[in-house]
Structures are given as structure tokens and as C-alpha cells.
Design a protein around this ligand. Structure first.
Ligand SMILES: [Mn+2]
Length: 353
């Protein structure tokens, strides 16, 4: 009996995010998703700003490789607030960042997804919005967000209560509210002008993640929300190692972002791809949906990736919670596995002539 090779004809390097040994979704389960070859992960116990020890990264890589998978992408090494705020001590943290980049490169890990969003690297107002089919998904509704009370005794923001105390949050927001978008952009360019030469030297592709959601919240600046933002950033530091993560869900939360145009325009600077869909219900309202539903037309997105020969690992981004699964919001196994299969299927079909 003939054995079929996996995904004949599809060049899409499929990966899944894994949150380390505490993740309820194990590597043993991820490897059973037949199209997945690589893992996206991070060290979660290193304080922000410190060097990631190469031995710890190697330990992570060993666990991944023991399951027959490859550690393809680091998502992400967090950037210290001193760098984002442009404080005098930022150079020390940038040096540490460069050292972490060298350590991942020494292990052959070639892609680094990171973000430069102040305070919150994602925001939703509901982590388990019920959908019509009985599944749940993450959602953002501006009116709910606007009701959030910054002077409250507790942080009512879903997902952030354990990260900041209310006093810490107010203090941090005040510091960022004093920055203009151009100030924040200048701080990002300063960071990239130091890190990109190291990335080039050691062969690591930097892939900044767009803002999520792609508009300003709490009056703090956002600088990676649109195609124009991306164009400005890539032109400011023109080295090919300074690239982006194309996240269809983040860009797709704005109707004025043309996803296939963004892919075509920046194809040689897209170093990592997140694929998920959103349903936009108002200008500043959306919820996440299955990979084949909603306002992100995934066939068109995958077709654009294929047509423009984007050479980057892909992962299904957030999934819904289905079949009674519980766990980390957006990062259950089942719906991400369905997504991975759908995405790889699209790619297979589109690549066959
Ligand atoms: Mn994403």
C-alpha cells in the first residue's frame, strides 16, 4: 500500500505556538496535527530586559526536537519599557537584546517575532464571547472598552489583571501618554538601528507584529497599524533583516487595510505569518471567528502569499474554544488544528497547477 507524503506541493512551513511546559496543549498533541513541522515559543521565566541564556533556549529546543519538531520562531523577546520610552538606560537593555539574538542564532533559530506596542501587546474586551454555533471567541467592543475605569481598585481588563496593579498601570500609561507617535517611532528606529546589524551578522530575521487592535487605545501611540506605517518603518531601516509579521487578524480588524495589497507590497520583508480571521461588526468592534469565516478571505490571503512567494513560517493564530476545550484564551488545540489543516489545504490546492 502506497504511503502518501505529507502536503505534496505545499511550501507553507506550518508551525504552532506552544507556551512551554506549562501549556495544557502538549508538544505530543501538536505533533499529531499532520501538517505541523515547527514550533513557535519563548522563554517565559526571564525578566524583561535580561539576556536570554543560550542554555535555556537549548533546553527548550531539545524538548521540541524530541517530538520530531523544529524550533523555528521565537515569539517573542519582550522589549523593555526603557527602550520604548527612550530613557537614558535603554542602551544597556538594547545590548542585552542583541545578546539574546546572538544566542538564538547560535542554535539555528532564524526568526524573531516581537512587538513595540506600549503597555498592552494585545487587547480584548471579552475572552469568551459566545458564537452562534456554541463555540466562544475573543472579541473587542470599543464601547465596553471605553467604560473601563482606570481609577478603579482593580484592573477589569480581560487578561491583564495579573500583569499590572492599578497603580503600576496608571503610572506606565502616563509615561506613554507623554510620547507622540513620532517619538515612539523614533525610539523603535533607534532600537532597530542597533539590533538589525546584529541580526544581519548572525542571520536572524526580525519580524515586528502589528498593533492589536490596530488603533490607539488609552491615548497611547500606535505605530504599526497600517500599510503606511509598515512602509515608513521598513524604509527607515532598509535592511532586509528588518521585517514584519504579517498578521491577518490584526491588520484585518480595520476595513481600510487591504490584506492582499499589504502582502504584495512587502512580500520580501514578511518573515513570519499569523493567519486568523475576524468578523468586523463596527468600525472599532470585531470578534474572532473560524479560519474560514468572517471578513478575512483566507483563500485570497493564502493565494497572495503563494503568488508573491512569501518565504516565511506560518502559524494559525488564535482559535475559538470548541468541543468543550478549556485553557489559554485563543490557544486551545482543536480550533487551531482545524485552522492549520484548512490553511495547508488551501496552500496545497493553490500551488497545484
Ligand atoms: Mn497575530
Amino acid at each position: 500500500m502506497a504511503v502518501l507524503a505529507r502536503s505534496v506541493g505545499c511550501d507553507m512551513r506550518m508551525t504552532m505556538r506552544w507556551y512551554g511546559t506549562d501549556d495544557p496543549v502538549s508538544l505530543e498533541y501538536i505533533r499529531q496535527v499532520p501538517v505541523v513541522q515547527g514550533i513557535v515559543t519563548a522563554l517565559y521565566d526571564v525578566p524583561v530586559g535580561e539576556v536570554w541564556p543560550q542554555a535555556s533556549l537549548r533546553g527548550l529546543q531539545t524538548l521540541v526536537e524530541a517530538e520530531g519538531l523544529a524550533l523555528d520562531v521565537i515569539e517573542s523577546i519582550p522589549i523593555h519599557d526603557a527602550i520604548k520610552l527612550g530613557l537614558p538606560e535603554r542602551d544597556r537593555y538594547i545590548d542585552a537584546y542583541c545578546q539574546s539574538v546572538r544566542h538564538m542564532a547560535a542554535l539555528g533559530i532564524g526568526v524573531l517575532c516581537y512587538n513595540f506596542m506600549p503597555v498592552f501587546d494585545w487587547m480584548r474586551t471579552d475572552l469568551a464571547m459566545p458564537l452562534a454555533d456554541g463555540s466562544t471567541a475573543l472579541s473587542f467592543h470599543q464601547a465596553d472598552f471605553d467604560r473601563f475605569d482606570l481609577d478603579g481598585e482593580t484592573i477589569g481588563l480581560p487578561g491583564w489583571s495579573v500583569v499590572y496593579t492599578p497603580a503600576e498601570l496608571r503610572d506606565l500609561l502616563e509615561q506613554y501618554q507623554a510620547l507622540s507617535a513620532d517619538d515612539l517611532f523614533a525610539n523603535l528606529v533607534y532600537f532597530l538601528e542597533a539590533v538589525t546589524p546584529v541580526a544581519r551578522e548572525v542571520g536572524v530575521k526580525l519580524a515586528i507584529h502589528p498593533d492589536d487592535p490596530p488603533w490607539s487605545i488609552f491615548g497611547i501611540p500606535r505605530i504599526v497599524s497600517t500599510a503606511a506605517d509598515v512602509a515608513r518603518l521598513l524604509a527607515a531601516v532598509p535592511d532586509a533583516h528588518n521585517g514584519i509579521t504579517f498578521c491577518s487578524g490584526s491588520f484585518g480588524a480595520r476595513a481600510d487595510n487591504d490584506l492582499t495589497d499589504i502582502i504584495a507590497q512587502f512580500s520580501d520583508r514578511i518573515h513570519f505569518v499569523h493567519l486568523r480571521s475576524v468578523k468586523r461588526t463596527d468600525e472599532r468592534d470585531f470578534h474572532e471567528v473560524a479560519h474560514n469565516h468572517g471578513d478575512v478571505i483566507m483563500r485570497d490571503v493564502v493565494a497572495a502569499l503563494v503568488a508573491n512567494q512569501v518565504d516565511a513560517p506560518v502559524r494559525p493564530d488564535h482559535g475559538r474554544m470548541i468541543w468543550g476545550e478549556t485553557g489559554r484564551a485563543g490557544y486551545g488545540l482543536y480550533d487551531r488544528a482545524l485552522g492549520a489543516m484548512y490553511l495547508a489545504g488551501l496552500c496545497d490546492a493553490l500551488q497545484r497547477k
